[in-house]
Design a protein around this ligand. Structure first.
Ligand SMILES: [Zn+2]
Length: 202
């Protein structure tokens, strides 16, 4: 911070470049320790769900599904090919998350009287979400590993972009209207990468 520059200038500068800052923070090499794979449990705090992972064995291609509250991985298990197990888990996670996230986005939109065109899910290390000028909202699937309030903030963040395609003062005022605690939740989300289990990007 150069000498003689006012705090408000600094804050305005940071606000203008917040996407860049978030991306730089996000792509910093993860300090997350690599957990053993397959994990014993899969937790989705955003939905208040935890599943024990059961390696059911069997034949054929590995598939993951929930039966009786247990996440079962069925199919030919070969310890030398954890990649197949990872793919099966990701595929289950994406399908499961899509239904839930669609419901939550629809509910958040109707609460704030927002209109959007559709929802896309992505798996990426650099951003949590985006909103195109055509109203297509993209959410990072890693949002399911955040607390429910953090997910709600992310939904509001993207929905408000359907009215303000920027991070102007007017934009943040509108966010605050729908999510008064947005500052804290935005900080939580910036640090949210450390809550993503290592198998998601292994
Ligand atoms: Zn934004």
């Amino acid at each position: 911070m150069p000498r003689g520059v006012s705090m408000s200038t600094v804050e305005a500068f940071i606000a203008r470049h917040r996407d860049w800052v978030s991306q730089k923070l996000a792509v910093r090499p993860a300090r997350v320790a690599v957990e053993p794979f397959p994990p014993t449990h899969v937790s989705l705090p955003a939905f208040g769900e935890t599943y024990r992972l059961h390696l059911a064995g069997g034949r054929g291609r590995l598939r993951a599904s929930v039966r009786g509250g247990v996440l079962s991985l069925r199919g030919a298990w070969d310890a030398a090919t954890p990649a197949a197990a990872r793919r099966a888990l990701l595929s289950w996670l994406t399908d499961h998350a899509r239904t839930e996230l669609e419901d939550r986005l629809r509910a958040a939109a109707s609460r704030g009287d927002f209109r959007y065109r559709s929802l896309q899910l992505r798996r990426q290390r650099t951003r949590w979400g985006s909103c195109s000028s055509r109203g297509v909202i993209s959410l990072n699937i890693c949002a399911v590993f955040q607390e429910p309030a953090v997910l709600d903030y992310l939904l509001v963040h993207e929905l408000v972009h359907t009215r303000h395609m920027n991070h102007s003062a007017a934009y943040w005022a509108a966010v605050a209207e729908h999510c008064p605690d947005w500052r804290r939740l935005d900080r939580e989300l910036t640090q949210g990468w450390k809550r993503v289990p290592s198998w998601v990007f292994a």
